[in-house]
Design a protein around this ligand. Sequence first.
Ligand SMILES: *[C@@H]1O[C@H](CO)[C@@H](O)[C@H](O)[C@H]1NC(C)=O
Ligand SMILES: *[C@@H]1O[C@H](CO)[C@@H](O)[C@H](O)[C@H]1NC(C)=O
Ligand SMILES: *[C@@H]1O[C@H](CO)[C@@H](O)[C@H](O)[C@H]1NC(C)=O
Ligand SMILES: *[C@@H]1O[C@H](CO)[C@@H](O)[C@H](O)[C@H]1NC(C)=O
Ligand SMILES: *[C@@H]1O[C@H](CO)[C@@H](O)[C@H](O)[C@H]1NC(C)=O
Ligand SMILES: *[C@@H]1O[C@H](CO)[C@@H](O)[C@H](O)[C@H]1NC(C)=O
Ligand SMILES: *[C@@H]1O[C@H](CO)[C@@H](O)[C@H](O)[C@H]1NC(C)=O
Ligand SMILES: *[C@@H]1O[C@H](CO)[C@@H](O)[C@H](O)[C@H]1NC(C)=O
Ligand SMILES: *[C@@H]1O[C@H](CO)[C@@H](O)[C@H](O)[C@H]1NC(C)=O
Ligand SMILES: *[C@@H]1O[C@H](CO)[C@@H](O)[C@H](O)[C@H]1NC(C)=O
Ligand SMILES: *[C@@H]1O[C@H](CO)[C@@H](O)[C@H](O)[C@H]1NC(C)=O
Ligand SMILES: *[C@@H]1O[C@H](CO)[C@@H](O)[C@H](O)[C@H]1NC(C)=O
Length: 547
Amino acid sequence: MNWGPLIAFVLSAFVSASNLTVTVSGPPTLPETASHTLHPSLASFSIETAFFIMYVGNTTSPNILTRDLLQNIKDRIGIPAEIRIGGITADSTFWDPSLEAAIFNFVDNTGALINTTIGWEFWDAARELLPEGTQITVNLNLESLNFTGALAVAESAVQGLPNQVAAFEIGNEPDHYFSFTAKNYSNIWEPWSKNISSALNFTTPKFQLAATADDPLWPYNTIAADAQLDCVSALAAGVDDANTVEWCSEHTYQYSVCDPTRTAIATLPNLVNHTRLAQYLDLWQPRIQSVRKQLGSQAFVIGEYNSVSCSGRDGVSNTFGQALWLLDTIFYAASLNVSRLYLHQGGPLALQSATQLNKGGFSFYDLWYPIDNLNGPVQVFPSYSAYLFVADTIGSSRSLKIANIYPGRQANGSTITTAGGDTSSGQLVIYGFWDESHPTGTNFPTKLALLNLQIYNQTQDEIRPTASFNISSLLSSTNTQISVRRLQAPGADTQLANVTKWAGQTFENGTASGLHVEEKIEGGIVTVEASSAALVFLENDARSVLI
Ligand SMILES: *[C@@H]1O[C@H](CO)[C@@H](O)[C@H](O)[C@H]1NC(C)=O
Ligand SMILES: *[C@@H]1O[C@H](CO)[C@@H](O)[C@H](O)[C@H]1NC(C)=O
Ligand SMILES: *[C@@H]1O[C@H](CO)[C@@H](O)[C@H](O)[C@H]1NC(C)=O
Ligand SMILES: *[C@@H]1O[C@H](CO)[C@@H](O)[C@H](O)[C@H]1NC(C)=O
Ligand SMILES: *[C@@H]1O[C@H](CO)[C@@H](O)[C@H](O)[C@H]1NC(C)=O
Ligand SMILES: *[C@@H]1O[C@H](CO)[C@@H](O)[C@H](O)[C@H]1NC(C)=O
Ligand SMILES: *[C@@H]1O[C@H](CO)[C@@H](O)[C@H](O)[C@H]1NC(C)=O
Ligand SMILES: *[C@@H]1O[C@H](CO)[C@@H](O)[C@H](O)[C@H]1NC(C)=O
Ligand SMILES: *[C@@H]1O[C@H](CO)[C@@H](O)[C@H](O)[C@H]1NC(C)=O
Ligand SMILES: *[C@@H]1O[C@H](CO)[C@@H](O)[C@H](O)[C@H]1NC(C)=O
Ligand SMILES: *[C@@H]1O[C@H](CO)[C@@H](O)[C@H](O)[C@H]1NC(C)=O
Ligand SMILES: *[C@@H]1O[C@H](CO)[C@@H](O)[C@H](O)[C@H]1NC(C)=O
């Protein structure tokens, strides 16, 4: 195998008047910086506990839109996206076996959601209405400090969801309450996880640790950074002494509208910028590496994430730009060996922060609104199509590895930034996918994802710029035929699913409408318009492997 030095991946990119170009210099072999084998549920969901029933409905009144949207993903991969039921309301959720409704949310007269009660019908809905076989992570209530209450929720979940509970979390974002240190968090978490495991007869580790909110401080090896509560510090404090930790989760929200200072930078151009996104996720590299070393290759997950915390931002996180950000975030995180990412879907939390921009309604970062609400009618957002792009990338393969081949990695492992050699200013991105069980194996990629993040708004009237990606160095011969499926919309600012196309089709009512489009191209040059992305299938000749 040719482990060419990083320099072999030097590419050239330059800006013409407005059209960008990039030439991949190869080699086509699996790069040294490639990931572990991708988990088929790489792109999964987190649904806020208090609003879970609003998303899926209940067994007498199922939500067909949610059902169809989740089924589209399962149909492409063969297994469903995973669902984490959790979030801030999990820490005020209680079990009541006599509750007839699936859920009861106690809302006070100021509109604040005080607590949530769930009963048997809640698990019936999860079992019956999510795609068959969905693996579910259940977030238990830590903040009430009532072990008996947490055990009751865990026990009911195991009974209500036979063979479907993937893991339990104990607490949501515990770094935001009780001034927990890694030590006194572990002193509670460890016995709880141990006692729940023995009460429910678990024979293998069944818990997902941490679920922490704060971004890692950088540099990471300082006193202040070491004092953060996170996966690595909790493991060092002995949280897994009873061998109950299966996976570890941390949350990522690159932007926020929780306060005016952060609101000012939560803009569409900042969101749709690979340099910024990669610099943000790079903060987690030391933790991902440490957790994988301690708990195994697939152990690090981003158990809750989205673009803009405190419920998203109108005009930013509900646009097609969010679809491009989402695609780049999922693939970049995968290239850093994050096993799965659970995209948070949230509802009305009017009082998350006293200084927040939003005042209730479903979150502006949701992929769809399952019901009519303060922020708009039932609808699908353009960002949903990014999940279809990822699903088609993974497909039925269970042996894919990803590498970020443009702009690539610096020798120290961090991404190549504008200053470090990305001459596209964070606008062009290429990911390669190698399939070890395909005949071309590690010699040629089987797929490429080409992203052109250059902003083009539907409100602009100039000619839409295009980028040309020269990928001929990755083809076994210049006349190799390649197939291209495109993710497109009238502009980055588009908010409508009925004009957002994945492979020619729109999904505004949950099912595909329009004809499936896949272009056949020869010659190794693929053009991708500004604010769009393409999934390229390379039909490299397996025989060239023998040359
Ligand atoms: C950019 O490319 C488009 C076609 O892809 C072309 O119409 C336009 O003239 C190009 N713009 C420049 C400045 O070269
Ligand atoms: C990801 O995992 C692979 C295989 O374990 C390893 O070779 C690679 O260095 C890891 N990447 C990062 C960024 O840690
Ligand atoms: C979406 O539209 C298709 C075709 O018009 C229809 O068969 C399907 O039932 C619709 N789905 C929903 C959820 O309305
Ligand atoms: C199911 O949902 C319907 C419609 O929202 C509601 O009328 C009904 O009470 C719910 N049933 C349960 C058991 O929650
Ligand atoms: C929820 O909060 C209300 C108001 O404080 C309280 O009366 C009720 O007992 C709480 N429910 C549970 C299950 O703790
Ligand atoms: C703890 O939870 C149990 C089971 O739900 C409940 O019976 C008990 O009253 C709770 N204790 C407190 C102090 O709230
Ligand atoms: C954990 O320790 C910190 C620092 O000593 C303290 O401020 C905090 O109250 C403790 N939290 C708990 C739940 O014991
Ligand atoms: C866990 O079990 C141990 C041993 O039975 C017991 O001493 C301890 O009090 C339990 N802890 C909790 C939180 O229930
Ligand atoms: C755990 O095993 C014990 C002993 O075999 C049994 O009595 C109990 O019902 C089991 N509990 C659960 C939740 O399966
Ligand atoms: C993307 O972000 C980087 C880092 O902040 C910045 O240097 C670059 O100019 C941005 N790119 C664009 C197109 O604005
Ligand atoms: C596109 O629109 C967004 C707001 O929706 C704005 O922030 C951005 O500057 C616009 N970009 C261009 C190139 O017009
Ligand atoms: C898309 O939906 C919007 C809002 O419902 C509507 O105004 C528009 O005509 C639709 N466009 C297409 C192409 O169906």
